[in-house]
Design a protein around this ligand. Structure first.
Ligand SMILES: C[S@@+](CC[C@H](N)C(=O)[O-])C[C@H]1O[C@@H](n2cnc3c(N)ncnc32)[C@H](O)[C@@H]1O
Length: 306
């Protein structure tokens, strides 16, 4: 099952159909319509802080957060800037931009924000050399044309401007060994049942290719090729136990915006008896955290050479 594995997992929600795919996932399907668990929030804040530390913000900077989602990085940046500092929230999802605008309004910081509908691989609405800092978190995994995205970051930055990025490195985790599903040893379920469930996720493989087809070395190489200098990358691997998770929330969550929830996949692929078998085997493992967590991540920072 291909996951935006550095995203906290959660469960499905009721009101997703009125939102676009990105907003529906980020605001609901990722976390099951309930609040993100506190440890997940803490994890996200830790990543946000490292991205912003890497950006070396100056008080009056103009920051462009690419793929801003619901504003994790952008609002974190605003807190670190002076009253003269500004943040441009950019995302292809109009619903997420609306969400950020509403948040900014509520926090009375609208005058220091701009909202721009844009894809990372073009950023056509952003003037060249107009930005002090580009940030992005877990966005390039969804962008097929990563080199074009870095070239766009380079174009919009002023000479000496800074780039700070976080990306999960999914090629470390996937594909999983036979019998393993999302870190859980499901050999007891039986090969036939498991193959049917995996096939539902594998149907999305072509669309998920941008999540899998790069690693940390590619990020460094692309940054170099697109004109960045003073490139620094931290690569971190974590292998450990899964944390215990609420079964219903797990069952109803999807690992990324392009994939079904496990519940949707089970219903699509299996008979009621087969579903019962997989749930009976998997539920205790998920609830007791008896699975292996294998993930890797990269923080990259770089400068546009003057
Ligand atoms: C995992 S979310 C991360 C959101 C936010 N950066 C954060 O840290 O919470 C991925 C975001 O990438 C956005 N996205 C998807 N495709 C994109 C593209 N081609 N260019 C820019 N952003 C994109 C989605 O709309 C979503 O907001």
């Amino acid at each position: 099952m291909a996951n935006d594995q550095n995203e906290p997992r959660g469960a499905a929600a009721s009101s997703t159909e009125v939102l676009d795919r990105w907003a529906a996932w980020l605001l609901f399907r990722r976390q099951g319509g309930s609040e993100l668990p506190s440890e997940a929030l803490e994890w996200l804040r830790g990543v946000r802080d490292r991205v912003l530390d890497g950006a070396r913000l100056q008080p009056d900077d103009v920051v462009l957060d690419v793929g801003c989602g619901d504003g994790l990085i952008g609002f974190g940046a605003l807190e670190r800037l002076s009253e003269q500092g500004r943040v441009i929230f950019s995302d292809p999802s109009r619903d997420l931009l609306d969400r950020c605008r509403a948040t900014a309004d509520g926090a009375q910081v609208l005058s220091r924000c701009e909202f721009v509908e844009a894809s990372a691989d073009g950023l056509t609405a952003i003037a060249s050399s107009s930005i002090d800092v580009v940030t992005t978190r877990s966005v390039l995994i969804y962008v097929a044309a990563k080199e074009r995205a870095f070239a766009a970051f380079h174009r919009v930055l002023r000479p000496g401007g800074r780039l700070s990025i976080f990306e999960p490195i999914n090629s470390f985790t996937f594909p999983e060994p036979p019998g393993v599903f999302d870190g859980y040893d499901l050999r007891a379920v039986g090969e036939t049942i498991l193959a049917k469930v995996k096939a539902v996720f594998d149907e999305r493989a072509p669309a998920l290719a941008p999540m899998m087809d790069f690693d940390e070395r590619d990020l460094v190489a692309i940054a170099g090729r697109t004109g960045f200098g003073e490139i620094h990358l931290s690569y971190e691997v974590e292998i450990g136990r899964q944390v215990p998770q609420d079964w219903v929330q797990y069952l109803n969550s999807s690992g990324n915006p392009l994939s079904p929830t496990l519940d949707e996949a089970l219903h699509q692929a299996l008979t009621p008896a087969e579903r019962e078998r997989q749930v009976a085997c998997m539920r205790p493992l998920v609830e007791q955290g008896r699975g292996t967590l294998r993930r890797a991540k990269a923080f990259l920072r770089a400068h546009k050479v003057e």
